[in-house]
Design a protein around this ligand. Structure first.
Ligand code: ATP
Length: 316
């Protein structure tokens, strides 16, 4: 299997320890935690023992080193992460509200992550890849859509596959008139779609779930996996509809659940596991992630997932 690859932002996340809206008064913060949806995804694939690599950029600073060291430790290919001496590594500040909603302050556009470009090392990684995972959050970075579409074309021409997590963050999409055009461009080459919440309706352009799923499947998407947070997940593939309830855990920090879930589902399917097994492993990966503070702190190995699933069996 050629590596699973993606391109996009690498950040540190710094999190408020108090619950409430916004950052308008001094508050206690924790972090830095390695972060960036594409980085979390790739770290989780690597942690499962599957080859994985990311095209990205960081600054020549501790925030960049922290991310590279974590990705390397977990087994990811970091050769296509460019280190830019004159730019800071990106950062995101997050604060949780009472209802679990999040407020973000992003520093991406004017960070190394805003300068990701196609390099020789990136081309070499694409040349070996067997699967491209596209994340909607990365579209906010100038030039990233072109890198991802080039990777998709190369990998597809060799018989590889593509997954897509729309991961639409309104803060990142603001002012992006061509967001819809990009969405349609990616959907046209997507084999596996991993939407959450209203992203399914946005992608399909219809509100009703069954109708949206039907429309996307008939447009050429082979497999759709819906992430339903604490309600678990569902999968639609080859005429099958599977629902998998969530594991019951205490949610401490939901950030990263969708990325770890997606990485686990993609990896299981690439390894030939059934949709049912993939869904169970992915649900376990998502559940473990929400029990840890920090978006990349809850990534799991297969041994950890097996242990978690065994300990949380409904017949226990
Ligand atoms: P994010 O954008 O925050 O990374 P997402 O919206 O893409 O997340 P979610 O639906 O929140 O994705 O989470 C993905 C999966 O993780 C869910 O389908 C579920 O299996 C698991 N999960 C998430 N939250 C919980 C929870 N509170 N309890 C148990 N499992 C959870």
């Amino acid at each position: 299997l050629g590596p699973t690859i993606t391109a996009g932002e690498i950040l540190v996340e710094i999190m408020s320890t108090s619950i409430g809206a916004g950052f308008m008064e001094p508050q206690s913060l924790i972090g830095p935690f390695p972060s960036g949806a594409p980085a979390i995804f790739i770290d989780q694939v690597a942690r499962l023992g599957s080859p994985a690599g990311i095209i990205s950029a960081v600054g020549e600073d501790d925030f960049g080193r922290l991310n590279i060291e974590r990705l390397k430790r977990d087994g990811a290919d970091v050769t296509a992460i460019e280190i830019l001496p004159d730019m800071p590594t990106g950062s995101a500040f997050v604060r949780y509200r009472e209802d679990g909603a999040r407020d973000f302050v992003f520093n991406i556009a004017k960070s190394a992550s805003g300068m990701i470009r196609m390099t020789e090392n990136a081309r070499t990684l694409i040349g070996r890849a067997g699967h491209v995972h596209v994340m909607g959050s990365a579209f906010a970075i100038p030039g990233i859509a072109e890198i991802l579409m080039e990777a998709v074309a190369v990998v597809k021409s060799r018989g590889g596959s593509v997954s897509f997590d729309p991961n639409i963050r309104k803060e990142l999409l603001a002012g992006q008139e061509d967001a819809r055009r990009r969405l349609d461009q990616i959907l046209a080459v997507t084999d596996l779609l991993l939407p959450s919440g209203e992203e399914l309706a946005i992608a399909a352009g219809v509100d009703d779930e069954a109708e949206a799923v039907g429309k996307l499947l008939s447009s050429g998407v082979a497999e759709i996996v819906l992430k339903r947070g604490a309600k678990g997940s569902s999968c639609f593939v080859a005429g099958q509809h599977l629902d998998c309830p969530a594991f019951i855990v205490e949610e401490v920090d939901p950030t990263g659940a969708g990325d770890c879930f997606g990485a686990t589902y993609v990896t299981c399917r690439r390894q030939g596991k059934s949709p049912e097994d993939a869904l169970r492993y992915a649900n376990a990966a998502g559940a473990r992630t929400v029990t840890r503070r920090g978006p990349m702190e809850g990534v799991s190995s297969f041994a950890e997932l097996d242990e978690f699933i065994h300990a949380n069996r409904s017949d226990n």
